[in-house]
Structures are given as structure tokens and as C-alpha cells.
Write a protein that binds this ligand. Structure first.
Ligand code: NAD
Length: 256
């Protein structure tokens, strides 16, 4: 039961972040949703979660490409017992053609934002006497693929930072860990299926098994609910001594 705890989830108006927010709200936590937009739908999403689970749910606009915004998100949240650094973007290009602006944006959103939010949240966790820092890395935080230099640098970077945060909080009731998902079926991924079917002239099943899940031995997507469940486990007393490590939820990708 997570009642009385506040979870701040960066990049949570869709996909994995939203799945984690829903799971934590289901477990009784108050949640703060975030993205860089400030649309009516963003605030309605928070209201929907509040109504469904009887918790407090707020949407706070903050652009994770900006350090000041990342820190302001935590300050505006007022408290932060559970910090989920999830906001992330991708760009695919060979390194000698990789746009510098894309490199900078990916490092800022996927890595530096977690530095800023963690720096702002740790004093709140110390004051509350309990805390969880959970970084959503990737199988690409542990292995590489071509054409994803910035993403892979950022994801390896956040795995490293996770270990440092764990050491700096090792003797406190605070843990820091990273979840490394394989391919997760988010709306973003789902929307790529029809185009890929046309491109390769393949059935939906073949696109999923032989293109998207080529490196995922289970041949099944991980789900946003499973990400939420893994977060809930890391917030449970069973995980009090789990710190400074990664948990892969990747259908065997990193075992290959
Ligand atoms: P998504 O695009 O659905 O979600 C990304 C979220 O980040 C969105 O809510 C988006 O609004 C937000 N965001 C983007 N730029 C932002 C910014 N500047 N400021 C604040 N928020 C911003 O994608 P997703 O698949 O749910 O990805 C979530 C995280 O999971 C990312 O860090 C991604 O790298 C990681 N991940 C995803 C997969 C996958 O297969 N989907 C696999 C491994 C890791």
C-alpha cells in the first residue's frame, strides 16, 4: 500500500510513464504526471486517474530538456517519495551524420534531466525518511545497436548515474535502481506496425516477430503494466536491499 506517498513520473502523458503512473495510483500513491505540453487532455488524464483510484493526481508541465524545468517539476510537486525518470526520445542516424541538435536533446532529456530531478528530490526523500529513485533505462543501457549513438550513450550514462546515487544513499532508507526494458508495446510502437507491414510486405505477425522483436528471444513485447509492476516491486519492502542495480524486463534480449 503506497498511500501517503507521492510519485513524480517524468514524461508520463503516454506510454511507459503513463502505465507506471496508473499502476502506482492503483496501489494508492498520489501521482504527478508530466510532459512538455500543457494541453487540456494532459490535465484530463490526471483527473481520470484521480477519479479512478481515489488518489491525488496532478499534471505539471515541465520541459525535461531544460535543467531548470526539471528542478522546478520537483519543487512544484511539493514532495517526492518516488521519482521515476522516464522521459525519453530517440533518433536514428549513423554517427557521422547524426545531427548535433538531436545529440544534445537526447543527452539533455534522457540523461541530464535525471541528474536535475534527482538532485532536487533527494533532500525531500531525506526529510521524509524514505525514497525510491527509479530510472527507466533500456536494454540499450546494457548493449548497443548501430545508429543509436546518442540514445545508447544516454542510457549507459543513466545506468552509471544510478549506481552513484545508490552509493551516495547506501546507508539511508533510499534506493536507486534502473529498469531496462526491451521492446514495449506503447502507442508509439503500435503506430509503426502498419507502415512496417507495407514497407516489408509482411503480415502483422511477421513484422512483430521478425522485424521488431528480432533481438527479443521471447518474441513478445513487454507491456507498460509490467513496467508498472516492476516499479511497484522496487517500492515494496522486499526490495529494501536492492540498490545500484538494473532489472531487465526484456524477454531475454540481454541474455543473447
Ligand atoms: P513515449 O514516446 O510514449 O513516451 C515518452 C514520454 O516522454 C512522453 O510522455 C513524452 O511526452 C515525454 N517527453 C518527451 N520529451 C519530453 C520533454 N522534453 N520533456 C518532458 N517530457 C518529454 O515512449 P515510451 O516508449 O513510453 O518511452 C518511455 C521511456 O522508456 C523512454 O525513456 C524510453 O527510452 C524508454 N524505453 C522504451 C522502450 C520501448 O520499447 N517503448 C524500450 C526501452 C526503453
Amino acid at each position: 500500500d503506497m498511500s501517503g506517498k507521492t510519485a513524480v513520473i517524468t514524461g508520463s502523458n503516454s506510454g511507459i510513464g503513463l502505465g507506471i503512473a496508473r499502476e502506482l495510483a492503483r496501489a494508492g500513491a498520489d501521482v504527478v504526471l508530466n510532459s512538455f505540453t500543457d494541453n487540456k487532455e494532459d490535465h484530463e488524464l490526471a483527473q481520470e486517474i484521480a477519479d479512478e483510484h481515489g488518489v491525488s493526481a496532478r499534471y505539471i508541465q515541465a520541459d525535461m530538456s531544460k535543467g531548470d524545468d526539471a528542478r522546478a517539476l520537483i519543487e512544484k510537486s511539493g514532495r517526492c517519495d518516488i521519482l521515476i525518470n522516464n522521459a525519453g526520445i530517440q533518433h536514428v542516424a549513423p554517427i557521422d551524420e547524426f545531427p548535433t541538435a538531436k545529440w544534445d536533446a537526447i543527452i539533455a532529456i534522457n540523461l541530464s534531466s535525471a541528474f536535475h530531478t534527482t538532485a532536487a528530490a533527494l533532500p525531500m526523500m531525506r526529510k521524509a525518511g524514505w525514497g525510491r529513485v527509479i530510472n527507466i533505462a533500456s536494454a540499450h543501457g546494457l548493449t548497443a545497436s548501430p545508429y543509436k549513438s546518442a540514445y545508447i550513450a544516454a542510457k549507459h550514462g543513466i545506468v552509471g548515474m544510478t549506481k552513484t546515487v545508490a552509493l551516495e544513499t547506501a546507508q539511508e532508507p533510499i534506493t536507486a535502481n534502473a529498469i531496462c526494458p526491451g521492446y514495449v508495446l506503447t502507442p508509439l510502437v503500435e503506430s509503426q506496425i502498419p507502415d512496417t507491414m507495407r514497407e516489408y510486405d509482411m503480415s502483422r505477425e511477421d513484422v512483430i516477430k521478425n522485424v521488431m522483436l528480432k533481438r527479443q528471444p521471447s518474441k513478445e513485447f513487454a507491456t507498460t503494466e509490467q513496467m508498472g509492476g516492476t516499479v511497484a516491486f522496487l517500492c515494496s519492502p522486499a526490495a529494501d536491499q536492492i540498490t545500484g542495480t538494473t532489472i531487465s524486463v526484456d524477454g531475454g534480449w540481454t541474455a543473447l
